[in-house]
Design a protein around this ligand. Structure first.
Ligand code: NAP
Length: 429
């Protein structure tokens, strides 16, 4: 057995405490798997006095994270602090000293992964940054390195999936479902990062960069949250055999020259594998040229599930250090650009409150056709003041659909454009 591999842990909160616990409780198994003991060298926190969810030798705790990551005897630095600073500065200081890095920090990797990759001298592993326990980064980076990915469709935020699932199964409003999610601990007191899609957008950027061998940052991602999804949108989707999910979608353009990266609520058929992802679970559906369709499913958050992914990375980078090697570095050779949302091509579900009189359908259909958006199905619902037209289009560009919707708003016979939602996962042309 080789000499101990020393691990510095930055952060001992929800995830960090579980990483520390597993390092201690599974020490013998981990040593056997790595070929050397994994020794906790120190744990950096903000407040020494805070109660921890793990029994730790108090001598390991420190508030001087910088001193810990620059200690010459430390081999691996595990960053589970979160946020941009001081996490970035600490990782860069550790990299300068040749340490291997394991991080769960999606915000930092999506905003400034390039700086970290450029400074990296050993390993930078971040399996836990996307979808908690679910193995995704290494499958995409390593197992699928011989394939060509066409599209990645993911439910990568448990809070929003819980809210949308409650709205679907009980008919609850968005506000009521959010309150329930908060009372059960699935949503934070300030739920903005989840419900406005920021968290999912960071994950989409990371997934797109890896899947398409290109550099993608959070600011490249088109982002819409779920606050505008109403109980009637959910009911309308249900009536048509669809369910509404907040999806992170990374896809090659039809000509293969660019990629689209977006996060927004979308309708998917109830028969699609992602439709069965309930409550706070996550899943990512990958479509690749040779592998076909793959789905990765599991717990997207939580201390122990996320720590499982962190531990997997620690074992991997420890093995690399002992072997005197490193894992694959960032692959951005394809250098595909992210196209504007207007160039995204998909299908749309449009609900219109309309006047209840003859000729309405023809006028509405003419507006779609004027902008080259072809209608696949149309349904008329209600009468009088409740008259509605519900249309589903064939594939069209987002720009064409937006101009169509602007035109519809101008029509006297359209009282309101009640909702516009993209339809995904149903490949009818
Ligand atoms: N929670 C999840 O389910 C989950 C899932 C996937 C990924 N992640 C990612 O994992 C990371 C950690 O999340 P978390 O939920 O474990 O966060 P958390 O519970 O808030 O824990 C953060 C830890 O970092 C410490 N810390 C904060 N600022 C520090 C500083 N300047 N120096 C030293 N320590 C500092 C805190 O110390 P004190 O305890 O003393 O305040 C705390 O122990 C984030 O990047 C998050 O996105 C979390």
């Amino acid at each position: 057995m080789s000499k101990p591999v020393k691990v510095a842990l930055l952060g001992c909160g929800v995830v960090g405490s579980q990483v520390a616990r597993l390092l201690q409780e599974q020490a013998d198994d981990l040593a056997a798997r790595v070929g050397a003991p994994l020794e906790l060298a120190g744990v950096a926190v903000r407040k020494m006095s805070r109660k921890r969810e793990v029994d730790l030798d108090p001598a390991l705790l420190t508030t001087d994270a910088h001193a810990l990551v620059t200690r010459p005897d430390v081999d691996i630095v595990v960053e589970v602090i979160g946020g941009i600073e001081p996490a970035r500065a600490l990782i860069l200081a550790a990299m300068a000293g040749g340490k291997s890095i394991v991080s769960a920090n999606k915000a930092l990797l999506a905003e400034d992964g390039a700086t970290l990759h450029a400074a990296n001298k050993a390993d930078l592993y971040f399996e836990a940054a996307v979808a908690g326990a679910i193995p995704l980064i290494r499958p995409l980076r390593e197992s699928m390195a011989g394939d060509r990915v066409h599209r990645v469709l993911g439910i990568v935020n448990g809070t929003t999936n819980y809210i949308l699932d409650k709205m679907d199964s009980t008919g609850a409003s968005f506000t009521d479902a959010l309150e329930e999610a908060q009372s059960l601990g699935y949503a934070e007191a300030d739920p903005t990062a989840d419900i406005e899609g920021f968290d999912a957008a960071a994950k989409a950027a990371i997934l797109a960069g890896i899947a398409f061998h290109s550099r993608v940052t959070a600011s490249d991602v088109h982002r819409e949250g779920i606050t505008g999804v109403s109980a009637s949108d959910v009911a309308s989707a249900k009536a048509m055999g669809y369910v509404i999910k907040l999806l992170a979608i990374c896809a090659r353009s039809d000509d293969g020259r660019s990629i689209g990266v977006r996060v927004h609520p979308a309708m998917i058929p109830r028969t699609h594998p992602l439709a069965g992802v309930r409550e706070a679970y996550n899943a990512v559906f990958v479509e690749a040229e040779s592998a076909g369709r793959l789905m990765f499913y599991g717990a997207g958050a939580g201390g122990a599930p996320t720590a499982s992914a962190v531990l997997g990375d620690i074992v991997a980078v420890a093995r690399n250090r002992i072997a005197g090697t490193r894992g694959p570095s960032e692959s951005v050779y394809a250098d595909l650009s992210v196209h504007p949302m207007g160039e995204t091509v998909t299908r749309y579900h449009v609900s219109l409150d309309v006047a209840d009189k003859p000729g309405v359908l023809a006028t509405v259909a003419e507006m779609f056709s004027r902008h080259d958006v072809s209608i696949q199905t149309v349904r008329q619902e209600g009468r009088g003041d409740d008259a509605q037209l519900v249309l589903v289009t064939h594939r069209a560009s987002d720009a064409a659909l937006s101009t169509t919707v602007e035109g519809l708003r101008e029509l006297d016979i359209v009282r309101a454009v009640a909702s516009v939602m993209r339809v995904e996962g149903d490949e009818t042309p």
